[in-house]
Design a protein around this ligand. Structure first.
Ligand code: PMP
Length: 354
């Protein structure tokens, strides 16, 4: 820390992103990216847009918003884009949390949630999961703050139904409830259909997973017009040109190419079942994941050891040191070929341990 660093950030522990190694080719199953490239239409439009980068991007994303609004059956005024959904989540903390309105989220969830609270200097409260890692919706009734729930949750992959979330919305009429649907397209029910009925609902989604644009950085929020206006106030007070032109066009391609999106989601759901079955065959237990990753543990293999040995053999998976989940690993669902490499590698590790 330099002597110039503001004392307000002195105690800040930043978020640790999953490894993005450059030095070696890995079978990369650690950061929940899509194993498939962006839609060919998205690639072509982004390439074409490169020729216009001398100009500022459109702060209103006027070419993208109507296509996305139509995709989700909402009004253009009910949607806002951001530089990845991380940026949108930060906007939401800035807009909807303060000293009297803490952030309230599950104890085991996306590791960025407490960091957003700390960087914005707002208090937060965590709520334990059930023993089986599921969320008990009633724990969030009358939460007394802004609720943030990833649905499906990360890193467990376990989902709540839209009606369970509706219960949380009804029981918190004076607070915003943020549903982070980063992984919703892999078999979980979205809450977007509830935004007209619940003025306190903000749904946050991303193009990083199901639309293969993690490197493009495109997230978005859907909610009633007043909430979106608040988020715009934050956006225009921090970074109006937050969506670069190539990314906006890549997004237009991704939303336009619905057939490709459907194919990618179906393939990942299919391979999730294949991967889960193969891991269970090796003695792993897996949660009932509705996302593009599996959360797994083996009674005979230490979680961290498995992660390290897989890495040594060229397969990256994600291990968390949090005591309650230290026996687990989170494994992204990739292609079938990637799964076969994963299973071969784990089998080898198990053989060597005998
Ligand atoms: N929410 C959850 C639950 C996530 O796992 C992630 C990805 N790390 C994000 C939000 C942020 O994704 P992005 O900024 O790429 O949209």
């Amino acid at each position: 820390m330099s002597r110039f660093f503001s004392s307000k950030y002195a105690g800040l522990t930043p978020y640790t992103p999953g490894e993005q190694p450059q030095e070696r080719e890995y079978t990369k199953l650690n950061t929940n990216e899509s194993p498939f490239p962006p839609s060919p239409i998205a690639q072509r439009l982004a390439r074409q847009a490169a020729g216009n980068l001398q100009l500022y991007s459109d702060p209103e994303c006027r070419k993208l918003v109507p296509i996305a609004a139509e995709t989700f059956g909402v009004k253009p005024e009910q949607i806002l884009f951001s530089n990845g959904s991380d940026e949108m989540l930060n906007y939401a903390y800035m807009a909807f949390c303060d000293a009297d309105t803490p952030a309230v989220f599950p104890e085991i969830s996306y590791g960025f949630y407490p960091v957003f609270a700390e960087v914005n200097n707002v208090p937060y409260r965590t709520i334990p999961l059930n023993d089986d890692f599921s969320i008990n919706p009633e724990d969030y009734y009358g939460a007394g703050g802004t609720v943030i729930i990833a649905n499906p949750n990360a890193p467990t992959g376990i989902a709540l139904s839209a009606s369970q979330i509706e219960g949380i919305l009804k029981a918190n009429p004076d607070n915003v409830v943020i549903i982070d649907e980063a992984y919703v397209d892999f078999g979980c029910e979205s809450c977007i259909g509830l935004i007209d009925e619940y003025p306190n609902l903000l749904v946050v989604q991303t193009c990083s997973k199901s639309r293969s644009l993690a490197g493009g950085r495109l997230g978005f929020a859907l909610g009633n017009e007043a909430l979106i206006r608040d988020l715009n106030t934050i956006k225009y007070s921090t970074n109006p040109y937050n969506i670069n032109t190539m990314t906006m066009w890549a997004g237009i391609g991704a939303f336009t190419d619905k057939a490709y999106f459907d194919w990618c989601c179906a393939k990942i759901i299919e391979n999730r079942a294949y991967t889960k079955q193969a891991l269970e065959g090796l003695g792993f237990t897996c949660t009932d994941s509705k996302s593009n990753f599996l959360f797994v543990k083996h009674p005979g293999i230490d979680g961290e050891k498995l992660y390290l040995q897989c890495k040594e053999k060229g397969v990256l998976i994600r291990h968390f040191t949090i005591p309650k989940i230290k026996d687990y690993n989170r494994i992204t669902v990739g292609t079938r070929e990637q799964t076969d490499i994963l299973i071969r590698t784990i089998r080898e590790i198990m053989e060597e341990a005998k």
